[in-house]
Design a protein around this ligand. Structure first.
Ligand code: TRP
Length: 458
């Protein structure tokens, strides 16, 4: 595919090929959200009750919003903030809609500051697995016997290492940095993923895991599982934080947004399901508690794998997979604030990446040192800013942007499909996301909305 500067967006760089775009976007979407967050949340919310709601959320809400973000970004082809404010201005609306971009900038930075410490832990566990540190240990011991990860100092050092790598890639720009890395790493990722998944299914309790994940148990669906599932869909598909707006701004006019978004959302969902099929067979084979929470993969897997044939090697490879997924997501989280800084100051691309990276690093280090900071950051970015960003994107694509402007970005959709998409982003999507936002806040501050709903549903 040729590099076609898209008129107004001629100053912005373009993806060199569809492959490069897809690897970058799938690389952004597939991350710790799939390999770490999806399994532990599935375990906490009872397995299939969560998985089924999650799949519905992806198809009906997240996919249309992903199309919206890509279309909104490509329309003007500028930085996320400018693309949106220019689009609103053209439509005779307030330029203040650019606030969507600002929310995205803040949100990406905050998500990265809590993401990087977890990615650091993944790196530490990969190293320890390969070194055989977990070999022959009981599952209950793995968390306590992690010599390279005891105390705050090692956690900060691993976090630092991860941030340095992320900054180094983003500082080299779209073509020399991001595209070069993702086109190498993502194919390796899928290759390793297939290998580890087959191993886990063959050696672990595969049938039990399949039943746990897919046999419908509708009575177990609760408001909190719906809440968690939609939030997870946003997180996993990198929505609500201007990333897909930014990636859309680099996208050629010839590319079909509905088709590419389907590939991205489909791959991301597939990886989450495969991660579940990798982790739950081992969890059940060793009688572990699927509802163990955030520590699920760190506490259970190292020791569990070490009890299996070639376990240290496979366990290490699982964490390498998680690391590869994490770094290709982290670069997308850093590029949004970096592009904004580059646009609004005289700083160079490299300097912008470094400055933003240092701020994110400092907030991440703080979250390691000061108890509870991480939880609050996670809440504020994941439960407030992400849904807020998603809500505004839906309103922008459904109400603010003229129908003709959006139609011009979605020429590959049939008339019916376009009408359906426009309907979804006008009514059900903002409604669902708005409700999520309120319920998420209520969950934290206890206004009593959740309790009221539960009393209605008995
Ligand atoms: N989607 C990534 C994951 O699943 C994380 C991520 C990248 C993200 N960009 C994002 C999360 C933007 C929220 C917003 O791990």
């Amino acid at each position: 595919m040729a590099i076609t500067p898209s008129g107004e967006g001629a100053t912005t760089p373009q993806w060199t090929s569809r492959f490069a775009f897809l690897m970058a976007a799938i690389g952004s979407a597939v991350g710790l959200g799939n390999l770490w967050r999806f399994p532990f949340m599935t375990g906490q919310y009872g397995g299939s009750a969560f998985v089924i709601v999650y799949l519905i959320c992806v198809v009906l809400v997240a996919y249309p919003i992903m199309m919206s973000e890509l279309a909104l970004g490509r329309h003007k082809g500028l930085s996320a903030i400018e693309s949106i404010s220019e689009l609103a201005k053209d439509a005779g609306k307030s330029k203040n809609w650019g606030v969507v971009g600002i929310i995205g900038v803040i949100c990406s930075g905050l998500v990265l500051s809590t993401y990087s410490p977890v990615a650091g832990q993944v790196m530490a566990y990969a190293t320890m697995s390969y070194m055989g540190e977990f070999a022959g240990r009981a599952a209950s011991e793995a968390a306590t016997v992690a010599p390279l990860y005891n105390g705050a100092l090692p956690a900060i050092l691993w976090h630092t290492l991860f941030m340095v790598m992320t900054i180094a890639i983003v500082a080299q720009g779209l073509h020399g940095g991001i595209e070069r890395i993702v086109t190498i790493l993502m194919p390796i990722f899928f290759f390793l993923l297939a290998g580890v998944a087959i191993y886990a299914l063959v050696t672990g309790a595969g049938a039990k895991a399949v039943d746990y994940l897919f046999t419908p148990r509708f009575d177990e669906i609760t408001t909190s599982s719906v809440l968690a599932a939609l939030g997870q869909a946003f997180f996993s598909l990198s929505l609500g934080s201007a990333i897909m707006i930014t990636y859309g701004s680099f996208l050629s006019r010839e590319e079909s947004i509905p088709a590419n978004a389907a590939v991205i959302a489909g791959s991301d969902t597939l990886v989450a399901i495969i991660a579940g099929l990798m982790i739950f067979p081992v969890v059940f084979a060793f009688g572990l508690d699927p509802a163990a929470g955030m520590g699920l993969i760190f506490n259970a897997l190292p020791a569990v794998f070490s009890g299996m044939p070639a376990g240290s090697f496979i366990g290490g490879t699982f964490f390498v997979l998680a690391f590869v997924a994490a770094i290709t997501s982290a670069i997308s989280l850093l590029i949004v604030p970096a592009v904004a800084l580059e646009n609004y100051t005289s700083l160079s691309k490299t300097a912008s990446a470094i400055v933003v990276g240092i701020i994110v690093w400092a907030v991440g280090a703080l979250s390691i040192l000061v108890k509870d900071t991480g939880g609050w950051l996670d809440f504020f970015s994941g439960s407030v800013l992400l849904p807020l960003g998603g809500l505004l994107v839906a309103i922008l694509a459904g109400w603010v942007a003229p129908s003709a402007a959006m139609r011009a970005e979605l020429p590959h959709a049939s008339d019916r499909m376009f009408a359906f998409w426009r309907f979804v982003v006008r009514y059900p999507a903002p409604l669902a996301v708005g409700v999520i936002l309120i319920l998420g806040l209520d969950d934290k501050f206890g206004w009593g909305v959740n309790a009221w709903i539960n009393s209605l549903t008995g």
